[in-house]
Design a protein around this ligand. Structure first.
Ligand code: FEO
Length: 403
């Protein structure tokens, strides 16, 4: 896609990655974009770069507006590879440009590049840069998403360049939320926001709340948020509220059953558990891990107030896909969710116990005891499964009422 003006003299010059399906292990069925922005002011200023594979794409977009050698300033809001690895190629074309980034950004950049010949200025929250008619103010946002991260606010345009925050992994011909309704739908965009938050930002809910409060305290008005991935928000209030809701633990009264199975015994318990949940008036969704990317299972869990994990026992342990899923979940430090587990075993259990041990490590509330059946559920055990679902449904409703 060609460069596009998003505010007067501020242009999107990024790249669309339609094909990426594995983003450092996070499945991205919708692809992504690497957004960066060029300010065509007295001092031409580039905000962020793109993933190295797309260096020529952003350079083509920059060249459609100016000769890259005229770039005076380069702001690096975040040094992760998807945003900074084109910097070397860009600096070859404008070697006298000044780079603005945080102290931790500089430390990281020194590991990725030989920066000895570059003019680098370290900035902190509140520091400003005038490009002529525009004032850029930097806001440090450590751990959103890496320790080096910051955002750049352009005062005259009330525009927040937010790097990873408020982004989504979605490739689209649309650049704005307002035009996002052709091949995709708004529901898809909302879903992409939740997906990104669940898989990348879930551990940082408290930080997100603090940072949004800090930005509000600065008294700055924001009428557009331009992240480094996905769609630009011309209605930023909506996505800010979505972030605050997620950071405050908002979830739906819904229970995904996330499971795997060896000989269908664990799977055979599920229709009865689903019926029990329905008896309690709680909607559910069934997700088989061997047929579903982990990132989608994570998103579905995050959208829901409770979740049930199903696993057969293999060599006294959880089935590998289930163990792997809980390992990923543990790293994301979920909160405000209630869990339960069930599964089948042959001669010695272990999977259900293992799942509850993981819930305890995550400090998640758990509904106990879990439910285990030997070999295959009997008619009686099918009824027990239904009752297990019903009781968990009642518990989830009670837990949900606390929010
Ligand atoms: Fe899009 Fe933390 O990088």
């Amino acid at each position: 896609m060609n460069a596009m003006e998003i505010k007067k003299d501020i242009h999107w010059v990024g790249a669309i990655d339609w094909a990426v399906r594995d983003f450092h292990g996070y499945e991205t069925p919708r692809g992504t974009t690497y957004n960066n922005y060029l300010i065509m002011d007295k001092e031409i200023t580039l905000l962020d770069t793109v993933k190295h594979d797309f260096a020529e794409v952003t350079l083509r977009n920059i060249r459609s507006l100016t000769d890259p050698s005229k770039i005076k300033n380069v702001v690096i809001n975040h040094i992760e590879n998807d945003h900074s690895t084109s910097l070397g190629k860009i600096m070859e074309l404008c070697p006298k440009a000044t780079i603005y980034l945080t102290e931790k950004g500089k430390k990281g950049l020194d590991k990725f590049f030989n920066t000895s010949a570059w003019d680098i200025k370290i900035v902190k929250t509140g520091d400003t840069l005038s490009t002529g008619s525009k004032t850029l103010m930097f806001i440090e946002t450590p751990m959103l998403h890496w320790p080096d991260s910051m955002m750049t606010y352009i005062k005259e345009d009330r525009l927040l360049i937010s790097q990873d925050a408020f982004g989504q992994h979605i490739a689209s011909t649309s650049r704005f939320d307002s035009g996002f309704a052709t091949c995709e739908s708004m529901t898809t965009l909302d879903d992409a926001v939740v997906d990104y938050y669940a898989n990348i930002l879930m551990p940082f809910g408290q930080l997100i709340k603090t940072k949004i409060a800090e930005i509000q305290k600065l008294g700055i008005e924001i009428d557009m948020i331009a992240p480094d991935h996905g769609i630009i928000w011309s209605d930023p209030a909506k996505v800010i509220q979505m972030y605050l809701d997620m950071a405050n633990g908002k979830a739906k009264l819904c229970v995904p059953i996330i499971y795997d199975t060896m000989w269908h015994s664990t799977e055979d318990m599920i229709p009865h558990i689903v019926q029990g949940l329905a008896d309690a008036g709680v909607d559910s969704k069934v997700i088989k891990l061997r047929a579903t990317p982990y990132s989608i299972a994570i998103k579905e869990l995050w959208k829901s107030r409770g979740a049930i994990i199903g696993s057969p026992t293999l060599n006294n342990l959880m089935y590998p896909t289930v163990a792997q899923f809980l390992h990923i979940l543990k790293g994301l430090r979920p909160k405000d969710r209630i869990m339960a587990a069930f599964g089948s075993y042959g001669w010695g259990g272990g999977a259900v116990k293992g799942a509850y041990e993981e819930f305890a490590k995550m400090k998640l509330e758990a509904f106990e005891p879990g439910l285990e059946v030997m070999y295959k559920p009997s008619a009686q055990e099918e009824e027990k499964s239904r009752e297990f679902g019903r009781q968990f449904g009642e518990k989830v409703k009670e837990y949900h009422s606390r929010y």
